[in-house]
Design a protein around this ligand. Structure first.
Ligand code: GTP
Length: 600
């Protein structure tokens, strides 16, 4: 396919507005996949099990399809993007390979928080935007109203909006036509030397690293200068289909003898050996903003866990990995994630794909410590956070990351959202109406700055439950701000347990101390003697519970927790042999940590 017959596009939308469903219809209409007779909506592009289970797209996928327009076959390359706020980085990565984007809006829900952020992202990259109103089959659809919304929010001409039902397929064919007629073909010359942009990679147990690239024989990386033998090239149609070659503007894959996952750098430029090129502009690496320790339930599993993490990080390059050792939990890894959903998804993938049983510590954001000598240090592990005595003498200022959040919500939930924000230390609250003039169920966009640490725990769940599911949420980095923070330790029999330490804001210290101590009391098995459980900041004890001594045979069912998860890893433990960890004089099974840390 000459480049004039190529179109590279992606579908951008707020979560659940129907990207994957539309992708399926496009693949069916072009005969890339068979139409399912069962009528069941099995999304082809959602490859990972966790995506199917949760119904969200996590990893961007690509697929090529052939569409005949005006008697000529065109190759349309769809680069799918994830919809969740944590994965904004993946979205920009995918957009870097496109010339156009379908902006999908649910006709019953209208413009939502991420609709706005993805729109601006695509706009900034100069992509041609094709506005699409989806779900027009829904009884609750309000196409006229949402059209007006898209016009007022984005300046979109109502004439340009294509109305479809991705579910029934109605109107979807006009999207294919619009892709060909409205989106420009990629620029690129067939005569010029090979220049391929690497935007994703995956590890195949049998074939080594596979890279998805824009385009060979012998290739080299601009980044590492390493050379590779190409063993196969092809396109995703929708699975890997080998082809003779990849040409300018194509989106496809290259299988080569890359041995280590770390050699595939996202944003790298690949060229032919002996024909050096200027590297294409890469993109900002993702910044990990949520950190947590991951430990095997059975300490002897650490090598397996580390290997599993290594493999998974190849398909998810935004995760950072460092080794960590804890006196309570043994050897583990400290992982950095883009957000909590990202962390959750990674954990699930780890459990699904590698059958690993893991304990994950409470999430921490990167704090900034400014010392008296003006040295700045970032700390993302509570164990490295200075004690209060130290803080007073050596640290001049402690800062925490803050974000600019926007929440879109129907007017009647506005008060609840304000309360939620205030209870999470939000500042600079502001709001305006999104739908001007409509008297019934007008929607408000609420903006504020809020500490990142406040939204990494269960903010999103609360937002959803307190707005009956109607609120949508998005945020962006807003730098650092001074804050009154301290390290809270938890002590068993007067000995601090490192894996349980957390960083808290002083205004909430007493409440948090009481809650955690109660929780520990519930899950820690009784010992042969009485055990005091304490929460302390520095030398000051803020809360205490006492675990009474064990009477004979009170060993079973002492702690609660997530039943299925517990069963799953209990099964994997050798019969009757519980691994105990000595914490000072206290015997703790790893499962107790699992329970403490896994139920929020
Ligand atoms: P993420 O990838 O997680 O962001 O979601 P998505 O945008 O891919 O949404 P998905 O395609 O999974 O669709 C979300 C839900 O909307 C599913 O339950 C679909 O069946 C449903 N849906 C999608 N399109 C339509 C439509 O045209 N009409 C109706 N009634 N439902 C639709």
């Amino acid at each position: 396919y000459g480049s004039e017959l190529l179109r590279n596009f992606s579908i951008i939308a707020h979560i659940d507005h129907g990207k994957s469903t539309l992708a399926d219809r496009l693949l069916e209409l072009t005969g890339t996949i068979q139409k399912k007779s069962s009528g069941k909506n099995e999304q082809v592009l959602d490859k990972l099990k966790v995506e199917r289970e949760r119904g969200i797209t996590v990893k961007a996928q690509t697929a090529s399809m052939i569409y005949n327009f005006n008697g000529r076959d065109h190759m349309l390359n769809l680069i799918d993007t994830p919809g969740h706020v944590d994965f904004a980085w993946e979205v920009s990565r995918s957009l870097a390979a496109c010339q156009g984007a379908l902006l999908l809006v649910d006709a019953s829900q209208g413009v939502q928080a991420q609709t706005i952020s993805v729109f601006h992202n695509a706009k900034e990259r100069g992509l041609t935007i094709i506005p699409v109103l989806n779900k027009i089959d829904l009884p609750a659809a309000q196409p006229e109203r949402i059209t007006a919304q898209m016009q007022s929010t984005f300046g979109i001409d109502p004439e340009d909006i294509i109305r479809i039902s991705a579910k029934s397929g109605k109107g979807v064919d006009s999207i294919l036509e619009a892709i060909v007629t409205r989106i420009p073909p990629p620029s690129g010359s067939l005569a010029a030397p090979l220049k391929a942009f690497l935007f994703d990679s995956l590890y195949d147990r049998y074939r080594g690293v596979i890279s998805y690239e824009l385009l060979g024989d012998k290739v080299a990386s601009c980044h590492t200068r390493k050379k590779y033998e190409v063993t196969e090239v092809g396109i995703m149609h929708p699975e890997e289909v080998p082809t003779d070659s990849l040409r300018a503007g194509h989106v496809g894959y290259i299988a080569c003898n890359m041995k280590e996952s770390s050699e595939a750098h996202i944003g790298d430029t690949i060229h032919r050996v002996g024909e050096p090129v200027e590297p294409l502009p890469g993109f900002q690496p993702a910044k990990a903003m949520v950190f947590a320790g991951v430990f095997p339930v059975d300490s002897s599993d650490f090598p397996k866990l580390e290997e599993s993490i290594k493999r998974l990080t190849l398909t998810d390059r935004s995760v950072t990995v460092q080794r960590e050792s804890s006196s309570a939990l043994g050897q583990g890894c400290r992982l950095g994630f883009l957000g909590t959903l990202h962390m959750d998804v990674f954990r699930q993938r780890l459990e699904d794909e590698y059958d690993a049983n893991i304990i994950i510590t409470a999430p921490t954001v990167p704090y900034k410590l400014i010392y008296r000598d003006n040295k700045e240090v970032f700390v993302s592990n509570p164990t490295e956070f200075p004690e209060t005595s130290d803080t007073a003498s050596r640290v001049k200022e402690i800062q925490e990351p803050i974000v600019k959040a926007s929440i879109i919500v129907p007017e009647e939930y506005f008060g609840d959202m304000m309360d939620l924000c205030f209870s999470h230390r939000a500042e600079d609250l502001d709001h305006r109406y999104l739908d001007s003039g409509t008297a019934t169920s007008a929607r408000i966009i609420l903006t504020c700055t809020i500490p990142l640490s406040e939204i990494v725990t269960n903010f999103f769940d609360q937002l959803k439950s307190r707005s009956s599911g109607f609120a949508s949420f998005d945020y962006e980095d807003a730098g650092y701000k001074q804050s009154d923070l301290a390290k809270m330790s938890f002590l068993l029999n007067a000995k601090p347990v490192d894996a349980l330490a957390i960083i808290v804001h002083r205004s909430a210290q007493d409440k948090i101390a009481r809650e955690w101590v109660k929780k520990l009391h519930k899950v820690i098995p009784r010992q042969l003697f009485e055990v005091p459980i304490q929460a302390a900041i520095g030398r000051k004890v803020l809360a205490r519970e006492t675990l009474s001594a064990m009477r004979a045979d009170v060993t079973a069912g002492l702690y609660g927790g997530h039943y299925e998860r517990k069963m799953k890893h209990l099964e994997n433990q050798k019969e009757g042999k519980r691994r105990m960890k000595k914490m000072g004089t206290v015997d703790l099974p790893q499962e107790a940590f699992f329970d403490i840390l896994s139920n929020k």
